[in-house]
Design a protein around this ligand. Structure first.
Ligand SMILES: [Zn+2]
Length: 50
């Protein structure tokens, strides 16, 4: 259980304790930085075990 990461196409790497947590971080990042709404499914599909 080493957490999960999502690498945004812009190069930013989001990290979380699990796929759900990192998905929330990715949604926050996408909205704040890219003004993009990422669905739960899209965000979770990008999560990779760290
Ligand atoms: Zn980004």
């Amino acid at each position: 259980m080493g957490g999960h990461t999502i690498e945004c196409p812009c190069g930013t790497v989001l990290r979380g304790d699990d796929a759900d947590a990192v998905a929330v971080e990715a949604q926050r990042h996408a909205k704040a930085v890219h003004d993009m709404d990422l669905s739960d499914e899209q965000a979770r599909a990008m999560a990779r075990p760290a």
